[in-house]
Design a protein around this ligand. Sequence first.
Ligand SMILES: Nc1ncnc2c1ncn2[C@@H]1O[C@H](COP(=O)(O)OP(=O)(O)OP(=O)(O)O)[C@@H](O)[C@H]1O
Ligand SMILES: [Mg+2]
Length: 231
Amino acid sequence: MLRIEGMNTHYGASHVLQGVDLDMPQGRISAVLGRNGVGKTTMVKTIMGLVALSSGRVAVGDTDITGWPPNRVARQGVAYVPEGRLIFPDLTVIENIKVGEREAGTAWPLARLLELFPSLRERSASKGSQLSGGEQQMLAIARALVSDPKVMLLDEPSQGLAPLVVRELARVIRLLREEGVTILLVEQNMKLAEAVADELHIMVKGRMVYSATPAVFRAEEEAIRGRFLTV
Ligand SMILES: Nc1ncnc2c1ncn2[C@@H]1O[C@H](COP(=O)(O)OP(=O)(O)OP(=O)(O)O)[C@@H](O)[C@H]1O
Ligand SMILES: [Mg+2]
């Protein structure tokens, strides 16, 4: 559904992504793990067209979206839930969701989103700044969903959330998969990634160095953690 081939991205002279390959099957959850600063967010931003790639190819289904600007990538069905959520603090919950709306109809109208996220229904008139971290994360996901995406890019959604909230997040991510959304989950939280992902990948210094199913990953976890993930 989403395929990256030989993605290279530079910030000035700094060569951050060094030939990233990733093939995400439709309706599956692919997780990318990696230490701080290896290039996970840069990969997501490059897919979205927020950062220019130096070479390589990105495709959604049969459509080559390489070099497309962000609004066009979004219209192709890719939604982005950024690291840090980036909720509008002065807008209400409902207004924040409406920011993500497109002209065409959606499989995720407001009523359905508020059903999926009961905590947001209760707080629908609250300002973004008044929400807890967990509520802000759910709101960021709701704002992405209202655009009716085929592919959703989630950048460290568990960051700063209590374990109970992370469990709720896992429930929502699984539910999205059941609804046919293809998900790229970038995480430092190995537990969340292991709990929901169908495929796990590890990035080191701008390259994918390891891919496995959760079962294989779990069996090799100790060794992998030491080699690729701990500082
Ligand atoms: N706008 C930018 N300009 C220059 N360098 C940048 C910029 N954004 C990120 N970098 C650098 O690029 C490298 C990769 O950053 P990136 O944010 O993609 O890593 P990450 O894997 O998402 O890290 P984290 O786990 O901390 O979110 C880092 O060395 C970072 O300092
Ligand atoms: Mg990041």
